[in-house]
Design a protein around this ligand. Structure first.
Ligand code: KIV
Length: 278
């Protein structure tokens, strides 16, 4: 059964929440079959599906296109649309309009947005429009250039205090959960204990109230780089390449298609064809 915001809140301290990303129909269908609590249509779409270098380059229209396919694959799962950079960081005034698109056009249940100097204003506008928001702190890829690159955040006392403050501010604004990316485990524990809403970690240790991974990373389906915090549960690229090679040799050596893959017409009809042809 589809989770509600109430269920997500009630899970804190009782059971761990699970979240994985999806960008298309078949992946979403598999996640729903597995009973994953929440699906994130992540802006990691840019890297793992579109082959772009930066998540900043994915557009709102592309996110909606993929989110619609995800909803078709997982009609009974709580789906979060990840607000791309252009949806709220270029102009905070557009935050609610774009969040509404995720709900109305793609059937999402909530949106996620990353910390930046205007994050609380953006979150507030979306919440005022009646749309639940998950805040994202720590390593925020859309502003990684301002954080010194793709690095663990909150590694000294001052930076850790800053993260704790951001998490508290997101909660005060009304976010239903806070995602922590690449945060030292001890700092995540403090944040998780300080908040009433659940924390969802990625590279943020085991104290978080839930965990998320980019599905293509955990399936071994994205080979350009593998973050240290990822556990690979499958080697899909290897399996796919092996299947493609096998198809190729089967075709070349006459093993595919086989008898069971062929359609037939009745012998008498075929004899007529041959008579006419000869
Ligand atoms: O876009 C994404 O996939 C994310 C990850 C943190 C899960 O935001």
């Amino acid at each position: 059964m589809k989770l509600t915001i109430k269920d997500v809140a009630a899970a804190k301290g009782k059971r761990k929440l699970t979240m994985l990303t999806a960008y298309d129909y078949p992946m979403a269908a598999c996640l729903e079959k597995a009973g994953i609590d929440m699906i994130l249509v992540g802006d990691s779409l840019a890297n793992v599906v579109l082959g772009l270098d930066s998540t900043k380059d994915v557009t709102m229209d592309q996110m909606i296109y993929h989110a619609r396919a995800v909803r078709r694959g997982a009609p009974a799962t709580f789906i979060i649309g990840d607000m791309p950079f252009e949806a709220y960081q270029k102009d905070v005034g557009q935050a609610a309009v774009n969040a509404r698109r995720f709900v109305d056009e793609a059937g999402c249940d909530a949106v996620k947005l990353e910390w930046f100097e205007g994050a609380l204003e953006a979150a507030g506008r979306v919440l005022d429009a009646g749309i639940p928001v998950m805040g994202h702190i720590g390593l925020t890829p859309q502003t990684a250039d301002k954080l010194g690159g793709f690095k663990v955040q909150g590694k000294d006392a001052q930076a850790a205090h800053r993260l704790i403050g951001q998490a508290r501010d997101f909660e005060k604004t009304g976010c239903f959960a806070v995602l922590l990316e690449c945060v030292p485990a001890q700092v995540s524990r403090v944040i998780t204990q300080a908040l009433k809403v659940p924390t969802i970690g990625i590279g943020a240790g085991f104290s978080c109230d839930g965990q998320v991974l980019v599905t293509h990373d955990m399936l071994g389906l994205f080979e350009r780089f593998k973050p240290r915090f990822v556990r690979q549960y499958a080697r899909m690229t290897q399996d796919m390449v092996r299947a493609f090679e096998e198809f190729q040799s089967d075709v070349r050596e006459g093993r595919f298609p086989a008898e069971e893959h062929c359609f037939k017409i009745k012998e008498e009809e075929f004899r007529k064809v041959m008579r006419e042809e000869n």
